[in-house]
Design a protein around this ligand. Structure first.
Ligand code: PHE
Ligand code: ZN
Length: 853
């Protein structure tokens, strides 16, 4: 479909087609005259011919703008305007472009460009939102210094960089660091600041603020501490200092994503920054800390060094996710963070990599870049960096990063630049490693063992299944961390890194006294599916003895999975060997309670469905759900006294603190509570609900009651207590869907969207209901097809307002080919119904087409 007009539905953009822009931008002056229905944006931009490019055609992006006037060097011009932008005849040399446009932020429900949220003005420009603010070369390789003047009555008026002037009805900001337009931000409204200060290691004093709506002041302290910890950590670990006089964070209720790293003015979905013990769970606190770190770390990995084009998105996102994960590991528990990240990777990235939406970490084409802010670009992108670090070692990694910052500060860089830095710093050839960026799909790693007279040999075979557009794959570099455990449980070989580069390769360990048990892929050293045929005894042995906490957890996980798969496919009883091994681990008081809580959790329904599908069995979502319930029941009946003891021993007395240690105790106690509730009819949960003084305890009790269908009173009380708090009410919406019985899930969701508090324009609220619906496998895939139809109805409605959020939610259908012919037909019909809509957005059209093919 190469012939479609640029930027319209159907046009595909290719990495291979990259060409630089014909001009560089020397500086940008913007004036905003704010008004909800008719904001004027006056721009003055200095263009200079780019000696490395052709000046054939002067094109500026611009969408949904009304051009009031345009001048070049003071002379009025009449550009040719299309839906995507404008072209204009321009002088040969440098020139000044001036334009005035009108936009309507109050009518902007796409939440891209300048829009309004609860009466407050705010912007979102990544990836291509700046073109909805004014005409501009809206591409990340065009970097410039911005000066911004904001005119309006709003008491707070913010933009990037440092404040330079303000007075009655205006404020001016200047950002000295050249940046692409996607990092531009503006906020204006009735906001209050939670202020603080930070002194950088070279003694620079920085003003810090978290701006929120009046009433939310008491939810800023935790975020501020997280920000200061992040600033310190980036100095200590990466040697990166902050580079402006001021750093502002703003909380916004209506936001498509989690948060945005605009230079000096990060904008956050309020759910990712506001925190208080009464309204936020332990998991919320941890996530907020991580996202604040993530956005702050972008100042160097994303802003000072940005991306040449959007195909390089993983350059900033993979690296910044890798950095925020290291930060969390340092602030909290490293093994617990690793285990949680792998659970998340398998749930979201493996799912993507194994279906119609699979794409390389660096995609080679797209129609709508917003559709590529994916688990593959972010999370697999971070895994690739983790592998690189393992392969070269910590010291060489640090050296390479220093070189990266030295060499590319101020650049719009590429993955080639990134890998070159590692090659130059280490002397390694990374040609084969680069396949991690270009080949989609999750490698399958098959292992076999042999033992011969003191020598133990592991033979690995790697194979990556075909993905859309990539029928065959080449072998990748796999760092495989391995340890060996002797028969008595002692480690006979410490963790060693095997570097696999061939399709099939063997590694031997000699001089061993007895045949060891291998612990393979320690720390999940590569993002692969490990296929290792072992028996229950060996897994139980590793669960008891492995010194690598990740693999210890994995041994328990694979025992659980094996037991569940037998229940599903053979009608087996819950495996006593698994229950016995589990009991030993959870009562071992030398183990971190958070680790034990993770060990008590079962593999997800989605994980089981994927495994069944891959083994040639069509998964039945209802059966999977029932067998997981049966297993939980069996766990509770197997060790009621131990669970009751765990619940009692791990209560955390005193004032709530969100730190890792008390959070770990709560996680274990609440996991035990969930199981105990199946035995006591909800007595303990009701008592906990009644006495809870923090959201972690309150929500754990409520969800335990919901899962046995006995939460009516508490659910109503919860609503009454929290009806004024948008973020808590989001929880109220989502938990009812998430914990419904599968045959009722779609009806519960349908009833909730009829509730007066349901507001489809607010992405958090929309996701609370429909995210929970699509994540409840058995409910969403109930044989009636009601779940599919309800979601499709609402995707169609939302697309007219907010294509970006709609498109992301289409991914709910990505697993459709796993299921039986009846379900496939129902889903296909819904996807085709969406695809046939007139005026469908480019975002949704691309997603639906990819899923259907
Ligand atoms: N760049 C943001 C982040 O990862 C994510 C984002 C993308 C936010 C697009 C808004 C729009 O930190
Ligand atoms: Zn990011």
């Amino acid at each position: 479909m190469k012939d479609a007009a640029p930027g319209t539905t159907g046009e595909t953009i290719y990495l291979a087609d990259y060409t630089p822009f014909g001009w560089t931008v020397e500086d940008v002056h913007l004036t905003f005259r704010l008004a909800p229905e008719s904001t004027r944006v006056i721009s003055k931009i200095r263009f200079v011919p780019n000696p490395e490019a052709s000046q054939e055609r002067f094109f500026l992006h611009g969408e949904e703008l009304t051009l009031v006037s345009a001048k070049i060097d003071g002379q009025s011009v009449s550009p040719e305007i299309t839906e995507q932008g404008l072209t204009c005849a321009v002088p040969k040399g440098a020139f000044t472009w001036e334009a005035e446009v009108e936009i309507a932020p109050a009518k902007n429900f796409a939440l891209e460009g300048l829009y309004m949220s609860n009466g407050m003005y705010c912007t979102q420009c990544e990836a291509e939102g700046f073109r909805k603010i004014t005409y501009y070369p809206d591409r990340p390789d065009v970097m410039s210094v911005f000066t911004v003047r904001i005119e309006g009555d709003e008491p707070v008026k913010l933009s990037n960089g440092n404040p330079v002037a303000s007075g009655e009805g205006f404020a001016e900001w200047h950002d000295p660091w050249p940046k692409p337009a996607y990092l531009f931000a503006l906020v204006a409204g009735e906001l209050v600041a939670h202020p603080d200060r930070f002194t950088t290691r070279s003694g620079k004093d920085v003003e810090l603020n978290i701006y929120v709506r009046p009433g939310d002041e008491d939810k800023c302290a935790f975020g501020m501490e997280a920000l200061k910890k992040s600033m310190k950590w980036d100095e200590d670990v990466y040697g990166r200092e902050y580079d402006l006089d001021i750093f502002n964070i703003v909380a916004v209720d209506d936001f498509n994503m989690g948060a945005m790293e605009n230079k000096g003015l990060n904008i956050f979905n309020s759910s990712c920054v506001l925190a208080s013990p009464e309204t936020s769970t332990d998991a919320n606190f941890e996530r907020i800390e991580a996202i604040i770190a993530h956005e702050y770390f972008h100042n160097w990995t994303g802003n000072r060094i940005t991306c040449r084009d959007w195909f390089q998105l993983c350059l900033k996102e993979g690296l910044t996710v890798f950095r925020d994960a290291s930060f969390t590991a340092d602030m909290r528990s490293e093994p617990v963070k690793r285990i949680s990240d792998v659970i998340d990777l398998r749930a979201r990235q493996f799912r993507e990599d194994n279906g119609p939406l699979a794409h390389p970490v660096r995609p080679e084409s797209f129609q709508e870049i917003n559709n590529f802010y994916t688990a593959t670009v972010y999370e697999k992108g971070a895994e690739v960096i983790g592998m690189l670090k393992r392969l070269v070692g910590d010291e060489a990694y640090a050296k390479a990063l220093d070189l990266y910052f030295d060499r590319h500060d101020g650049d719009a860089a590429t993955i080639e630049d990134w890998l070159k830095v590692f090659e130059d710093a280490t002397g390694r050839d990374l040609t084969q490693f680069k396949r991690w960026y270009s080949q989609a799909g999750t490698p399958r790693l098959r292992v076999s063992e042999s033992w011969d007279d003191g020598t133990f040999t592991l033979t690995f075979r790697q194979e990556t299944p075909p993905t859309p557009g990539q029928p065959t794959k080449l072998p990748q570099v796999l760092p495989i961390a391995v340890g060996l455990i002797g028969p008595n449980g002692d480690e006979v070989q410490e963790t060693t890194l095997l570097e696999m580069t061939e399709a099939e390769q063997s590694f031997s360990f000699s001089g061993l006294g007895a045949r060891p048990v291998p612990s393979i892929l320690r720390g999940f050293s590569a993002p692969v599916v490990l296929q290792h045929e072992t028996d229950t005894e060996t897994r139980a042995f590793l669960l008891a003895h492995d010194t690598d906490p990740y693999n210890r957890w994995e041994a328990g996980r694979s025992l659980a999975k094996q037991a569940l798969l037998r229940m599903i496919t053979e009608g087996a009883e819950p495996d006593p060997a698994y229950l016995g091994a589990l009991q030993t681990v959870i009562t071992d008081e030398t183990l971190d309670p958070a680790f034990r809580a993770l060990t008590l959790a079962l593999p997800s329904e989605d994980d089981l469905a994927q495994t069944l599908h891959e083994g040639g069995t069509t998964p039945d979502p209802q059966l999977i759900w029932e067998k997981r319930e049966e297993m939980r029941e069996a766990m509770a009946r197997w060790m009621p006294d131990q669970l009751a003891t765990l619940y009692r021993v791990h209560q955390v007395p005193g004032e709530y603190r969100p730190d890792a240690e008390p959070a770990a105790a709560r996680a274990l106690a609440n996991t035990a509570l969930g199981l105990l509730t199946r035995l006591d009819g909800g007595e303990a949960a009701r008592a906990q609900y009644a006495s809870a003084d923090n959201m972690t305890q309150q929500l754990a009790a409520l969800t335990a009651l919901l899962s046995i269908g006995a939460a009516e009173t508490e659910l109503a009380a919860f609503y009454e207590q929290w009806k004024e708090d948008r973020l808590v009410i989001d929880k109220w919406f989502s938990m009812q869907v998430a914990f419904a019985r599968p045959e009722e899930t779609a009806d519960v969701a349908a009833a909730l969207v009829a509730h007066p508090d349901f507001d489809m324009k607010n992405p958090n609220r929309f996701r609370a209901v429909f995210g929970a619906l699509s994540m409840s496998q058995a409910g969403f895939h109930a044989p009636s097809g009601k779940g599919y139809a309800l979601l499709a109805d609402w995707l169609i409605k939302l697309d007219a307002l907010n294509p970006q959020t709609t498109a992301r939610m289409c991914a709910a259908f990505q697993t459709w080919k796993r299921f039986d012919a009846g379900r496939q037909a129902l889903i296909k019909a819904e996807l085709e119904r969406i695809a046939a809509r007139e005026g469908l957005s480019r975002d949704v059209s691309e997603m639906v087409t990819r899923i259907l093919n």
